[in-house]
Design a protein around this ligand. Structure first.
Ligand SMILES: Cc1cc2nc3c(=O)[nH]c(=O)nc-3n(C[C@H](O)[C@H](O)[C@H](O)COP(=O)(O)O)c2cc1C
Length: 224
């Protein structure tokens, strides 16, 4: 059974069978049809008007229509991994756990990352033009947590984790199953509250074929 929605309420009817309500032939019929037509069409026409009249101002008007809780809930359903990105610019180090990362091209192999512009890692990667992205294993939540905090490098460690120099000279965290060394090819800073950094893969090393850590399987959220 599926409901048929009419102007006089909801009538359940079996699938594939037309409404059991007999057609009404009264002198009010045209008025009722007109009222129903207007009621159905009004939200549709206003939505179409908004879409047709597109542009930054109307995009903002359309955003205002969006329910904030629904937007947050829905955007948080986007699947993302959890990574630690590192970089160094002369004596200065940057390292951060990030989740807004995705492959963006096969040829050349590109990765895009959304990075906070006030972070140490952003400063280092924009100065040096190099960064390393580390994949974490699904049981490395403690490791990820170390890089939620401001970068501190000393005694061959970043935030307490030992590193070695990679092929490109970027700091490579030893206790990770895989890493990708990249060069920065473009940085977009004028569209949102994170910089969109496009990186080209220069070197990749897989030490252990693990099940990677994802934001969905973690206790944390970053999105919305
Ligand atoms: C779950 C989670 C995900 C995060 N994802 C990102 C991200 O995708 N991009 C980003 O720039 N910062 C992200 N952060 C914030 C960085 O981890 C944090 O700002 C880090 O401290 C930066 O290091 P810094 O203080 O040395 O600059 C995330 C934080 C959390 C808790």
């Amino acid at each position: 059974m599926h409901p048929i929605y009419g102007i006089f309420g909801t009538v359940p009817v079996p699938m594939g069978v037309s409404s059991p309500v007999p057609p009404m032939r009264t002198r009010f019929q045209p008025f009722r049809a007109a009222i129903r037509g207007v009621a159905l069409c009004e939200p549709l026409t206003s939505a179409l008007r908004l879409i047709a009249d597109s542009g930054p101002r109307n995009a903002r008007r359309m955003q205002a229509h969006m329910e904030l809780k629904t937007k947050r809930k829905t955007l948080r359903l986007i699947s993302n991994g959890m990574y630690v990105i590192t970089s160094r610019s002369e004596g200065h180090f940057g390292a951060a756990t990030v989740t807004w990362i995705s492959q963006a091209s096969f040829k050349p192999p590109l990765i895009m990352a959304a990075i906070r512009t006030n972070s140490n890692v952003f400063k280092c990667m924009s100065d040096s033009g190099l960064a390393a992205i580390h994949i974490l294993e699904c049981n490395q939540q403690d490791f990820a947590q170390k890089f939620f905090f401001p970068t501190q490098a000393n005694d061959g460690c970043i935030n307490g984790e030992p590193f070695v120099d990679g092929v490109t000279g970027v700091p490579v965290l030893r206790n990770t199953p895989a890493h990708i060394e990249c060069r920065v090819v473009r940085i977009v800073t004028d569209v949102g509250d994170h910089a969109i950094v496009i990186l080209e893969v220069i070197e990749a090393e897989c030490r252990d074929l693990v099940r990677p850590l994802t934001i969905a399987e973690s206790p944390w959220e970053y999105g919305g």
